[in-house]
Ligand binder design. Sequence first.
Ligand code: COI
Length: 331
Amino acid sequence: MKIFAYGIRDDEKPSLKEWENAHPDVEVGYTQELLTPQTAKQAAGSNGVVVYQQLPYTAETLQALADQGIHQMSLRNVGIDNIDLDAAKKLGFKISNVAAYSPNAIAEHAAIQLARVLRRTKELDAKIAKRDLRWAPTIGREVRMQTIGVVGTGRIGRVLIHILQGFGAKIVAYDIYKNPDIEKQGLYVDSVDELLAQSDVVSLHVPSVKENIHMINKDSIAKMKDGAVLVNVARGDLVDTDALVAALDSGKLAGAVLDVYENEVGIFNEDWEGKKFPDDRLNDLIDRPNVLVTPHTAFYTTKAVLEMVHQSFDAAVAFAKGEETRNAVKY
Ligand code: COI
């Protein structure tokens, strides 16, 4: 059996080596290049491919794999919103993802960054770098004094709730799918509007499905408390960025945490030093003292990377053997 992986980074190689050593019966091929209609040929002779979400996997890309006799794709990440699922279905593709590589990686990042915005550490760091060691006016807000609205109580949202409860924050939560534990704790409110109205911090942990696109927009921001902070470590298109910028300009929102951005594909995970930065709006957000932008790195921990590699290869092997895998995507 042969499995071929695309876009393998240096930091993934130790986890890949470990997996290979534990599976001497599987031939592993890989490249640093991403899967495109042109690179699909490199997987010739393989049972399946392992990829991660970086480029759109269009009908043309899927067809190029099918032309090599490959009808299975195992993602090393959770999101599948870059795949043309209609084309995948027509071509009979089996798809797997890694739905739970480490919810803590993302939840911790959200908690750390939201605490940093509340304590204004970006402003403090800038002052300290200039040797301005005065306290004022950089006074912070305590996490425990905040009502934090968690939209989406899947694995990541629930870990975040647990972390923030450790700080002593009051949590309100919303999800169309109720989690029994969160329900037992009485954390759910009846609507997103109710959550927005009550929360000092709003943190998004929902997928980028049609109904959620621009769930944070001009109207929803108007329903938020004055001086609220928005946290988005989920998907860029959940937030109407123009509306966010306007709310930061007017002071309606006191700050934002953005690990994702509407137009991030082709911008994040690239080195722009010494080159013309391609997005003025993102440039402006990065420069703001009350906004923390990270380039979709909430997931990026040693534990998560190991799980992404191991679970995706396990799923690829299961598909090739015609076995069930908990990582199969029902679509
Ligand atoms: C995901 O797992 O879907 C992520 O957002 C992480 C990234 C590797 C795309």
